[in-house]
Design a protein around this ligand. Structure first.
Ligand SMILES: [Zn+2]
Length: 172
């Protein structure tokens, strides 16, 4: 068996719309479809056709439902956040704005560099990060890219209830 990389790689499949919630029905239907297609076996373990979702498979597939809005991104080493208008680094004001968003405020911040109001989800993240209320989590993968075939892709869209993006997270 191939040796896993030292730094664990997890993927988060996050809805394009940061305010989209997953319904119980969509979660059940999507997970059932992935099981029927052989992508998963019981309890989110990889099934015989796990590689139709991602090359090299995964250790576990689950729906992550944090208690409130979350920022999905790199855990080890974090990520850089910059203003899309003036390019100012915004790590500190961003984390404050995320705390306020989680507490119920609008999903935005004023850039101290240029004074523009920005949607927290539209800042520049490097490596990429995404805001969301839930994500499909694939733990311990070997590839940062999903390769869903037609039916598997449809099952993912059913679960995520629309378009989505994939965020790679190293560490944790
Ligand atoms: Zn700015």
């Amino acid at each position: 068996m191939a040796q896993r990389p030292t730094h664990r790689l997890n993927l988060y499949v996050v809805p394009d719309d940061p305010e989209r919630e997953v319904s119980v029905q969509a979660e059940q239907d999507g997970l059932a479809a992935l099981a029927r297609l052989g992508v998963t076996a019981g309890r989110g373990r990889p099934g015989p056709r796990a590689e139709t979702l991602i090359q090299g498979g995964f250790a576990l597939l689950r729906v992550d439902r944090p208690r409130g809005p979350a920022v999905y991104g790199n855990r080890q080493g974090g990520f850089h956040v910059r203003c899309p208008t003036c390019n100012m680094p915004l790590a500190r004001p961003f984390s404050g704005a995320v705390r306020r968003w989680k507490a119920g405020s609008a999903r935005q911040m004023i850039c101290p560099g240029c004074g523009h109001v920005h949607d927290l989800a539209r800042l520049e993240f490097a490596p990429p990060a995404a805001l969301g209320l839930f994500a499909l989590e694939l733990r311990d993968v070997e590839s940062p890219d999903l390769t869903p075939s037609g039916e598997v892709g449809e099952a993912l869209e059913r679960l995520l209830e629309g378009p989505f993006r994939v965020i790679a997270s190293r560490g944790a």
